[in-house]
Write a protein that binds this ligand. Structure first.
Ligand SMILES: *Cc1c(COP(=O)(O)O)cnc(C)c1O
Ligand SMILES: [Zn+2]
Length: 401
């Protein structure tokens, strides 16, 4: 039906073999469907509710999936912010509206379903926060144990709260995310837990559906598709999905895949700018946008291809630019996102200002996670509530009326 294929040397592996990287050369794997023999009709898709599972013919799961009705997130036209930037066609797809509040749910509904399909008894991940929250949620739904490794002191409180409440075994390591991932990978290989980081090719299959949905919601292929980049799984996933639609003849061009990183954590931007064959890991990544605080993106190889093949761009934004856009989205559009999520739209603001992109473009930005994931960073930016005595004159005076 489908198989795994190495993106570097092309070696293929059977779909039911539990591997995360190529056994021959160590590079990343991708799921390959026999697209020429699949009979998929867009009309059939359009009859189903908009969600991850609308696109099930292009997903690897053959058992009844572990689902909490993820996907189907709103696509908003950013009229006010677009006008400020001189863009008529600026859109944001709010992935914070998923069950656990981030796009990771798209990957986990597929990933945890695959864990069951492959008869695995437990799951694990390393996480900057959202992956752990999402894995905890879907493992709970599946009724299997989950282990999550977090970089101590570097995870937003809302995400830790979710991982704990949904019953994952939460381990904080005295090290950064990149180290947590190495350890989790080793643990999974030595003890048979199923690894659900974005190195897992099945997880990315779920995530590509956000691109499918955006196309269906917009009614056409946007000129540009913009994502915050951490481990670079998401931008790779969406690009893969678009290539499949092109191969199926559903679309005739691809959006320019555009990746935005935080200035203190931007190895992909550097690789694109300096035209490097691979990224040079950043040893001490630092940014307020903890979800993209990743120095050695595991999916960099796929992401560089996605950006280069579509004529896209990689750009970085400072923490200040990220937080300013977080406030602008909240106050001018009513869209509440965590800092990393604002990076995509902040990147567009920068690219428009520097003249790198055309103002007539139709642009879809993914905003990746919900505001309440990281309440500490929100409260630090806002004036505290005004406390008054409980009488009307005090209220009127506090409101300067
Ligand atoms: C995981 C995550 C990202 C980064 O996605 P990658 O696939 O790792 O590039 C960005 N924003 C949020 C909110 C996330 O949770
Ligand atoms: Zn290989």
């Amino acid at each position: 039906m489908y198989h795994l294929e190495c993106v570097s040397c092309g070696t293929t592996f059977p779909a039911d073999e539990v591997i995360y990287t190529c056994k021959k050369c160590g590079h990343l794997l991708a799921v390959k469907y026999p697209l020429d023999t699949l009979t998929i009709k867009r009309a059939t898709w359009n009859k189903r509710p908009i969600s991850v599972w609308r696109y099930r013919e292009l997903l690897p799961v053959t058992i009844p999936p572990v689902t909490l009705q993820e996907g189907g997130t709103p696509l908003y036209h950013l009229e006010r912010l677009g006008k400020e930037m001189g863009l008529k066609h600026l859109y944001a797809k709010h992935e914070g509206m998923n069950p656990s509040g981030s796009f990771k749910d798209r990957g986990m509904t597929v990933g945890v379903s695959m864990a069951l399909q492959l008869k695995k008894k437990s799951v694990a991940c390393a996480s900057t926060g959202n992956t752990s929250a999402s894995l905890a949620v879907y493992a709970a739904k599946a009724g299997i144990p989950a282990v999550v490794l977090l970089p101590a002191g570097k995870v937003a409180v809302g995400k830790v709260a979710q991982a704990l409440m949904h019953g994952a075994k939460v381990i904080s390591i005295r090290g950064n995310f990149d180290r947590a991932l190495e350890m989790t990978h080793d643990l999974c290989l030595s003890h048979g837990l199923y690894l659900l980081n974005s190195i897992n090719p099945f997880r990315l299959e779920g995530q590509k559906t956000m691109g499918f949905e955006a196309l269906d919601q917009l009614g056409e292929v946007p000129d540009r598709f913009v994502l915050p980049v951490g481990n670079a799984g998401n931008i790779s996933a969406v690009h893969k999905g678009f290539m499949e639609l092109e191969e199926l003849g559903f679309i005739d061009r691809l959006p320019k895949m555009t990746g935005i990183q935080a200035a203190g954590s931007s190895p992909v931007v550097r690789a694109i700018r300096e035209n490097l064959a691979e990224v040079i890991p950043e040893k001490n990544p630092e940014t307020v946008a903890t979800a993209i605080r990743i120095g050695a993106p595991v999916n960099a190889e796929k992401a560089l291809t996605a950006i280069r093949k579509t004529g896209g761009i990689a750009e970085s934004v400072t923490d200040e630019e990220i937080l300013r856009m977080q406030r602008d989205l909240a106050r001018k559009e009513g869209i509440g996102v965590e800092p990393a999520s604002a990076a995509s739209v902040a990147g567009i603001r920068k690219l428009v200002e520097t003249g790198a992109i055309d103002r007539d473009e139709k642009i879809v930005c993914i905003v990746t996670g919900h505001l309440l994931k990281d309440p500490d960073t929100v409260i630090k930016q806002c004036e505290p509530p005004t406390e008054i005595d409980a009488d009307l004159p005090s209220l009127i005076s506090a409101l300067h009326l």
